[in-house]
Write a protein that binds this ligand. Structure first.
Ligand SMILES: [Zn+2]
Length: 188
């Protein structure tokens, strides 16, 4: 901003040949003023540089603080999200557990309505699948099937086996004493 001034040596040299004492004095004063201005400028530039440095440092610090704040916020957000996810998972688990309980309750209610014993869900004391403790196929340890050795002997003749009631004419067994229909005493 402020261009550096050169040390005003050249000007002094120009005035060396001057005879006027006044002119020499004037030149010396001018020289001193220029020198002063030079040092003032330098001091001002240094000050400005220092200010610029301080400003840069402050900006860097502010940026670091902002970055730290952002990171802290992000960490907090991540923590909150994790917490929410955890709560959501717990809620889901609870919902599933409640659903299963409701389903179980409904099942019991239906079973009671049907008056059926609940299905046994534990162990099964029957033979394990694939094993059969019965007789092997093709062998039978039970009683032999009834055998037929020919036609059974014919029953006694109907005329002999049947006694006709005198009163109602219904047929009765020979061994009967009374008619099964009317109760009349059968004549033997
Ligand atoms: Zn009869």
């Amino acid at each position: 901003m402020y261009p550096r001034r050169r040390m005003p040596i050249a000007r002094t040299a120009m005035l060396v040949g001057a005879t006027s004492h006044v002119a020499r004095n004037s030149a010396r004063q001018e020289n001193m003023a220029a020198e002063n201005a030079y040092y003032r400028d330098q001091a001002r530039q240094q000050e400005m540089q220092q200010q610029a440095q301080m400003q840069a440092q402050m900006q860097a610090q502010q940026q670091q603080q902002m970055l730290a704040q952002q990171q802290a916020q992000q960490a907090q957000q991540a923590q909150q999200q994790a917490l929410q996810a955890q709560q959501q998972a717990a809620a889901n688990e609870e919902a599933i557990r409640r659903g299963i309980a409701q389903h179980e309750e409904e099942r019991r209610r239906l079973e009671q309505q049907n008056q059926q014993p609940p299905p046994y869900q534990g162990q099964n004391y029957g033979p394990p699948p694939g094993q059969n403790y019965g007789p092997p196929p093709g062998q039978n340890y039970g009683p032999p099937p009834p055998q037929n050795y020919g036609t059974p002997s014919p029953q006694p003749n109907n005329a002999q086996a049947v006694m006709t009631c005198d009163q109602c004419k219904s047929s009765n067994q020979v061994t009967s004493l009374f008619c099964s229909n009317c109760g009349n005493k059968l004549a033997h």
